[in-house]
Each structure stands twice: as C-alpha cells, then as structure tokens.
Design a protein around this ligand. Sequence first.
Ligand code: NDP
Length: 264
Amino acid sequence: MSFQVEGKVAVVTGGSSGIGLAAVEILVAEGAKVAWCGRDEQRLAESKLYILEKYPHANVFTQSCNVLNQAEVDTFAQAVTQHLGNVDMLINNAGQGRVSNFDNTQDEDWMKEIELKYFSVLHPIRAFLDNLKVSAIGSVTNVNSLLALQPEPHMIATSAARAALLNLTHSLSHEFMQYGIRVNSILLGMVESAQWKRRYENRSDLNQSWEEWIGNIAKKRGIPMQRLGKPDEPAHALVFLASPLASYTTGTALDVSGGFNKHI
Ligand code: NDP
C-alpha cells in the first residue's frame, strides 16, 4: 500500500540528518515533492546530493534556515511555495535534546530548551498555515519524545519542554480542525542518529565500537527490544501520520520507542 502522497508537497524541518533525512527519503521514494531545511549549509548540500544521487528525478528544494528565527522561516516558506507549490504536509522535526539535571541546568539553559521545543514548531506552523488551510490533505506532524510522558531526571529540561509540546500539539489539533488540518506527533525513544553519534564521540571508553556502545546503552536502559531504533523506523511513522492514510487521526501521539513506554 502506498502512502498516497505522490505529487503532494511536504516540508521537513531538520531534514539534513537522521530521522528528518530518513523521512525526506521515504517521501521522495513515494513521489512527493519535498523541501527541507537545516542550519548547516554543508550538511544540507550533502543531504540533497545523497537524495538526488539515489532519486535523480526527485522534485526537491533545500534552503538553510534556523527554525528559531521567524523571518528566516518565512523566507524559506516563500521559496518553497515558489519552487514546489502549495504545501500539504509539514513535518516539524528540527531539534535536539539536552542532557542535564536540576543541579547543572542554568536559567539560560531552561530558556533555550523551552524556546527550541516551542518555537521550532510555532514558527513553521505560522509560516505554512495559509498553505495548509487550502490543501485538501493538510497536516502537521511534530517529532516529540517519550520524555513528554515518561520524564528522565538526567534530561530534566528536555522532559518538561517535551511535555509542553505534547500539550500544545493537542490544542493545535482542536483549533485546526476547522481548517481540515490534522495535527499529530510521534513519541520517540532512543534512535540512532547524529545526536547519538556526537555523544559517542565523547564516550569515556575510547576502545568501544559504535555497535558495542549503542548495544550497551540499550541494555543499561532496559529497552525491551534490546536495541536503539533506526532513523527510518520513526520516519515511517511520521510519513504515515502526515499522509492521507491517517485521514481520520488527529490529536494523537504515536509511540515509537521499542517498547520503552511504561504507561498504559
Ligand atoms: P540529528 O542531529 O541527526 O538531526 C537533527 C536535524 O535538525 C539536523 O538536520 C539539524 O541540522 C536540524 N536542526 C537542529 N536545530 C535546528 C534549527 N534550530 N533550525 C533548523 N534545523 C535544525 O538528530 P535526530 O534525527 O535524532 O533528531 C530529530 C528530532 O528527533 C529532534 O527534534 C530530536 O530532538 C528528536 N529526538 C531524537 C531522539 C533520538 O534518540 N535520536 C530522541 C527523542 C527526540 P543543523 O544542525 O544543520 O541545523
């Protein structure tokens, strides 16, 4: 069964790496026109090259953009519609987590975390809302974390900000029903990506290979599936929720955590 997104226009924020890039690839493979952004020009150019080498006929657009800057997001949005047409699906994926507990989280860190989790979603929604309103299949899909429901003391600020994003996503799903726009999110456990590669670079035991290191994390954390997720696993969930296949689903949060969720 296809995702029914052929010829539709999708935007993926933070599409230059990890889960975002995996979502871009699935959408392109399904025949969607896809735009994505990231801040780092080189990473963005490399991701575009990767996609076009695999899918030479893909209709894609990339532009460097910091989602925390509304003016940059507006410029990106204008360029996207000029190049690809009216946007049907917005996937808010850009971001990262903060590892810190109460003791070593300063006011500035709290503010940064709240800014990232709120505005990485609010700015793109503002910029693309008029497009989504006139789309026949308009959808917003936010990447969120299981931390929203299952906080971890060593990620105190991220957990609290993720809970707020879950709440915000639900409110938006109700407000946007009048426009026919569905709003959903996914709740991630731990997924192999550039974030984890960066943490691996700073590992204490330099003799550990990547496989050993992530295998140990899965074991230590007690992930029931005994492994971290691969980027295409949450990406498939994202594309499903963004697509018309999920046409009767809004205001929901889909767990993609390898069974790490402890709530009913
Ligand atoms: P990656 O680091 O591989 O990808 C993050 C992407 O977001 C990159 O393309 C990055 O590009 C972009 N990005 C980050 N900040 C901004 C910004 N301000 N403006 C525009 N683009 C930005 O990480 P993941 O694939 O793991 O992360 C994807 C999402 O999943 C994030 O929101 C993350 O918090 C969330 N998540 C991931 C988990 C995991 O275990 N991997 C767990 C829970 C949540 P650039 O740096 O060039 O801007």
